[in-house]
Design a protein around this ligand. Structure first.
Ligand code: AMP
Length: 603
């Protein structure tokens, strides 16, 4: 392997108290797209970024699927691999031309089903080809697409279909039987369910339609209708401390950000083989697991299997992955296995690695250099921002533990709330405050679906408040500190405590429940619940197992608590709110902080 970045041992220069991985001035395998950070930021403007894209022919607007698919299908890349799918025992490759034809079929199918401009199409599937065709085809038909995480249990799925006012659900026969059928009565608005059968087989379940038959009947010619860049395109659910999940709305215009961040933050070049390990059920898996690589004309690798270090290393080697976008939990799992698992692998194609979704420990960044010859480049963003906002770039020195610097076109700041309810910008380095972004980039959410008040609460004047606490150093690098609220990040998945508490409360033995994120060396945090039982129920091991099983069945393994502790009652404020922070402080043996509003308590 020919490491493009020297080992940090010779180059880790402390600067302002932080070590630094110095990037070579030249010598990378390809010239970085963002070679001069300061100059690019200075010269950047959004109209020029928009001009990197095509736009619908005849000036008929901007459509994500045109930029991702049709544009390249009509150009020199038409017969190159756009999507390379590695299934369990099966492989499939779609060239841009094939992708255009298949997504045209989907768009035609949706029209036959009567789904018009703005109709809500939900896709619930593992990483199978049909998911990718459905998302892109629905965007062509100007429907609004919401991919759902297939590891969710029936309750989170039904709730999101309800809140999102789904018109159509595309899913697999197995997932439908296990997770949707029993709750379908809660979804009177849902007009159709289309099922993908096992390994391409047709399905005959009552009340559903068969994907394969519909696709066979649909033609491969389709013209994307005029699309306003502000037309709603994507819906992604996210969670807050309280209340139901929020549907963050994104417009077709977001594609400008997907494209530019693909170029700058992921350094995508036309001959790259790009692998984003995220599931499209989470925003990373859509923005970067579908859209950004395709708009950038890069082969997008999709791997159906879940994480397993051996399988992943094999994929990196065999598929000659050149740019890899993954997440801290997976990196920590690989670290645990050690470098020996990489012995003998030819990973010479790999030239850039990035990570997102949770804090990336400095050791993990450095382990990248030891194990792969290059650091993991941490970047930061969230469902609401639609695209990467802060990043470490190919040509910029990395300070392990820092999320990097804002993308060109993005203004980030650290704010403190003042006594009058306003905000002040913190200008001194390394002072903690709330991470904020100056509103107005193309992929910024356009609202939370039917939740205007919650949306408005995210802003203070021109600033969008991210809900994260961070610091900025003297070089403009941002450092993550934690969340300002109680949401939990477990294995990269954002989990709202309220959703978990509600599911626990549905169990007949539960009087109250409170959920916290408990630090975990691999998953970042695990979901831990505290439960008070109703009179007549005994807090014992059998009850604990019953509740764990109940939560797992309702919520799915990714969201359900991993630990449950019993309490006689839970600490509440005088206004009745459960004090999750107090439970967390006690669990971790930390100071209890201000407990002046504490009303009832367990002790
Ligand atoms: P989501 O909306 O599910 O993508 O989650 C977004 C949240 O994940 C952010 O608000 C952060 O709390 C966290 N997050 C994302 N990227 C990073 C990162 N690079 N470092 C630390 N936290 C991150």
């Amino acid at each position: 392997m020919n490491p493009p970045v020297p080992s940090p041992s010779g180059n880790a220069a402390p600067l302002g108290g932080h070590a630094r991985i110095v990037k070579p001035v030249a010598g990378g395998r390809v010239p970085p797209n963002l070679a001069d950070y300061a100059a690019t930021c200075r010269d950047f403007n959004w109209p020029a970024a928009r001009a990197l894209l095509d736009g619908l022919p005849g000036g008929r607007g901007l459509n994500i699927a045109h930029e991702a698919v049709d544009r390249h299908a009509a150009g020199p890349r038409a017969d190159r691999a756009a999507l390379r799918w590695i299934g369990r025992g099966r492989h499939r490759v779609f060239t841009w031309r094939e992708l255009r034809d298949e997504t045209n079929r989907v768009a035609n199918m949706l029209q036959v089903l009567g789904l018009e401009h703005g109709a809500r199409v939900f896709v619930l599937a593992g990483r199978i080809p049909e998911l990718y065709l459905a998302v892109l085809g629905a965007l062509k038909a100007r429907c609004v697409v919401c991919p759902l995480f297939s590891a969710f249990g029936p309750e989170p799925i039904a709730m999101r279909l309800e809140i999102g006012e789904a018109d159509l659900l595309i899913t697999t026969e197995a997932l439908y039987r296990r997770k949707v059928e029993a709750l379908r009565h809660r979804l009177p608005r849902l007009r159709h369910v289309v099922l993908v059968g096992e390994a391409g087989a047709t399905t005959e379940l009552p009340g559903t339609l068969d994907w394969q038959r519909l696709m066979q009947a649909a033609g491969t010619a389709f013209t994307i209708p005029p699309t306003d860049p502000e037309d709603m395109a994507l819906l992604h659910f996210t969670s807050g401390t309280t209340g139901r999940p929020k549907g963050a709305v994104h417009a077709h215009q977001a594609v400008v950000m997907h494209h530019v961040t693909g170029r700058y933050a992921l350094d995508l070049h036309p001959d790259d083989i790009f692998w984003c390990t995220a599931d499209p059920g989470w925003v990373t898996g859509t923005s970067y697991g579908i859209i950004a690589p395709l708009t950038n004309g890069v082969t997008n690798l999709v791997v159906e299997a879940e994480f397993d270090a051996e399988t992943w290393y094999e994929v990196l080697e065999r598929e000659r992955v050149s740019v890899w976008y993954t997440a801290p939990t997976a990196i920590r799992m690989m670290m645990k296995l050690g470098r020996a698992a990489l012995a003998g692998r030819d990973l010479s194609a790999l030239r850039f690695m990035a990570s997102v979704g949770e804090p990336l420990n400095p050791e993990a960044v450095l382990w990248g250099v030891e194990a792969f010859g290059m650091p993991f480049h941490d970047n930061w963003w969230q469902t609401e921002t639609g695209g990467i906002m802060i990043a470490n770039y190919a040509a910029m020195d990395v300070k392990p533990g820092s999320m990097g610097r804002p993308l060109p076109g993005i203004t980030a700041a650290i704010l403190r709330r003042d006594e009058a309810g306003g905000v002040d910008e913190v200008t001194r380095p390394m002072i903690e405050g709330e991470l904020a972004l100056k509103a107005g980039w193309p992929s910024m959410m356009r609202g939370y679906l039917r939740e205007e008040a919650r949306y408005r609460k995210c802003f203070a004047g021109e600033w969008y408040l991210t809900g994260d606490l961070a610091m900025r150093d003297e070089d403009g690098y941002f450092w993550f500190i934690g969340r300002a609220d109680d949401v939990i990040k477990s294995s990269g998945h954002l989990i709202g405590p309220f959703e978990v508490e509600s599911a626990l409360m549905e169990h007949p033995a539960v009087a109250e429940a409170a959920v916290i994120g408990k630090p975990d060396p691999i998953a970042g945090e695990i979901v831990k619940a505290f439960v008070a039982l109703k009179p007549g129920h005994e807090a014992n091991e059998a009850m604990r197992r019953q509740l764990l099983g109940h939560a797992r069945t309702r919520l799915g393994a990714a969201v359900a608590p991993k630990e449950i502790d019993f309490r006689a009652n839970l600490p509440r404020t005088r206004s009745g709110k459960i004090m999750r922070r107090l439970l967390k402080a006690r669990e971790l043996g930390l100071p209890e902080g201000d407990i002046s509003t504490l009303e009832s308590d367990e002790r």
